[in-house]
Design a protein around this ligand. Sequence first.
Ligand code: EPZ
Length: 421
Amino acid sequence: MHQIRVRGGRPLRGIIPISGAKNAALPLMAACLLSCKPVNLSNVPDVADIASMTNLLREHGVRIERDGGDMTMNAAQVESTTAPYDLVRKMRASVLVLGPLVARFGKAQVSLPGGCAIGNRPIDLHLKGLADLGAELSIEDGYIEAKAPKGRLQCGRFTFPFVSVGATENLMMAASLAQGETVLINSAREPEISDLAKLLVAMGAEIEGAGSDTIYIQGKSELGGATHRVVADRIETGTYAMAVAIVGTEVILSNTDLLLINATAKTLRQAGVTLETVEGGVRVSRGDEPVLGVDMMTEPYPGFPTDLQAQFMSLMSVSRGKSMVTETIFDNRFMHVQELSRMGANITVHEASAIIRGVEKLKGAQVIATDLRASVSLVLAGLVAEGETIIDRIYHLDRGYQDLIGKLSACGADVSKIVSG
Ligand code: EPZ
């Protein structure tokens, strides 16, 4: 089992290139199933979740070629419309193939994803929305069986009872090949939604309103090929901004955009961090003074993202003062608290909120990563902790952070992988 070792106390200085967003690239890849023509993506991150989606699409018969950040996908000859359990259980985003498959082939069998470390994550909205587009759905032996009567989905008008990123994406893709105009109300507004809409439009779909809460999709009988660049990863951007905030000095985050992390930037500024736009990226700096305690609540975009909550909690652990962090998106996303406490953080959790009383120093310890964002929050804590932090179960990190060790080391951090077994 590999581990990461972080020796704390070294300030960061340099340039960190931000990769394409994995949470944008995953639905963009699933969208290739909507067309028999090639879809070309650039700026695709090299992370394990992308490899999982590649394996799943290949299982369906999609031909995929990859050269660095460039990926070509050709779904001209889809042989199977079944997404098997073994592939789906590795990554919940696999459920994103459901909409495209049933829209183009009139049928799909997708395994139910099963449990998840960050809470109960049902997919009822994906299913209700597809049913609204006329899909007939049933659950058989752990699989969702979806059929489009007469082979084609119909238009619909679906109101999400609350915001879901994945369900908005699944329905946007499905509606692009449905008959007539679909309206999605109370849709997610994340930049990944706008990015998917851009690709679908380039493929010939007619979509208006993506990025707002009401999306109009005029379905087409077929879609073509397209070329598209994956949007920068706002969560990676925010993660490195917090790395600078926690340990101090100055880093340029290149190939990204401050506009993608507006809410995060606002909160970090209140804490005393400087963020400004520079050509091609964002400059983040923090001087000798520790950050101030600031309250924060996670919300759907444009609010503060749940995917940066764990990292923010590491930062607040060494703040001057107190802060309250409230998680409103997932019901079990405080798994990192126990590990941060082992490093000396003073955190009390009450239901969906955590009170963090800033301490002067964290101390290195052996800790366990529980999910992707929790893992990176421990790396951030390790950057500022006294002594050595050893993080176990680092495969979580590989799912979503391309070359984390390389990027931090290039800016002066003492971070390395311990390879064993
Ligand atoms: C996406 O997950 C991201 N994943 C998550 O990133 C992110 O945390 C989440 O959006 C929220 O921003 C990808 O984009 C691949 P949701 P998704 O549907 O789409 C509930 C990371 O670390 N819900 O917006 O699965 C759900 O349980 C990951 O990169 C239902 O109840 O999230 C949650 O409480 C983790 N029924 C809330 O809605 C449904 O049918 C929001 O989930 C769907 C969702």
